[in-house]
Write a protein that binds this ligand. Structure first.
Ligand code: COA
Length: 162
């Protein structure tokens, strides 16, 4: 069984992530969307919120699982019986960082392969931080994130403002 893992912060999930998720799910038996718990930059959305956005958006997709992980990605993959990492490449600027991560992961476990998918042209400029910046000023995020999570994103910033 081909199990792929699509790891990330998903702070929050964007339409660019969804594009990769939907395309990747077609070329494997099971796709695990793996949400990172611990990281250096502190996320705006809690891990529970990030997972619940993904669950809402991916509801009913039969071969997609949503999981959380902390620690090394390769260790999580071993536990899940997966050996392929899927990553999206948006622009040349992503390449150097992704290249380094792929080599580090290969160095940690030679059975791990990293597959890169070109992000859809409409999403090449998109990032979670752009969505956060817009949402924090109540800017328009329609078409950047799935419709069903838009209000929850705005609400978070309203709560943060008190
Ligand atoms: N569409 C839209 N945005 C995308 C995208 C796409 N297709 N692909 C990536 N992005 C954006 C994200 O939105 C995010 O934007 P932001 O920085 O503005 O918030 C940015 O690219 C980075 O993505 P992120 O999800 O933070 O992932 P990452 O590429 O930094 O890597 C892990 C995250 C989980 C893969 C990595 O940190 C990891 O493996 N950590 C575990 C420890 C480990 O094993 N390290 C590797 C060996 S040392």
């Amino acid at each position: 069984m081909r199990i792929f893992v699509y790891p990330g912060s998903f702070d929050p999930v964007t339409n660019g992530h969804l594009d990769i998720i939907e395309r990747a799910a077609k070329i494997c038996d099971k796709l695990i969307v793996a949400v990172l718990i611990n990281r250096n930059k502190s996320p705006v959305f809690t891990v529970e919120e990030r997972v619940s956005f993904l669950k809402e958006v991916l509801d009913g997709k039969p071969n997609i699982e949503i999981a959380t992980f902390s620690g090394l990605l390769v260790d999580f993959m071993k536990k899940k019986g997966a050996n392929t990492i899927i990553k999206g490449l948006r622009a040349v600027s992503d390449f150097e960082y992704e290249f380094q991560m792929a080599l580090l992961n290969k160095n940690l476990d030679e059975n791990i392969e990293t597959l890169f998918m070109m992000t859809g042209i409409n999403y090449s400029y998109l990032s979670s931080s752009a969505v956060r910046e817009l949402a924090s000023h109540r800017g328009n995020i329609r078409d950047l994130v799935p419709d069903i999570i838009i209000e929850r994103i705005y609400k978070k910033y309203e709560e943060n403002r008190g």
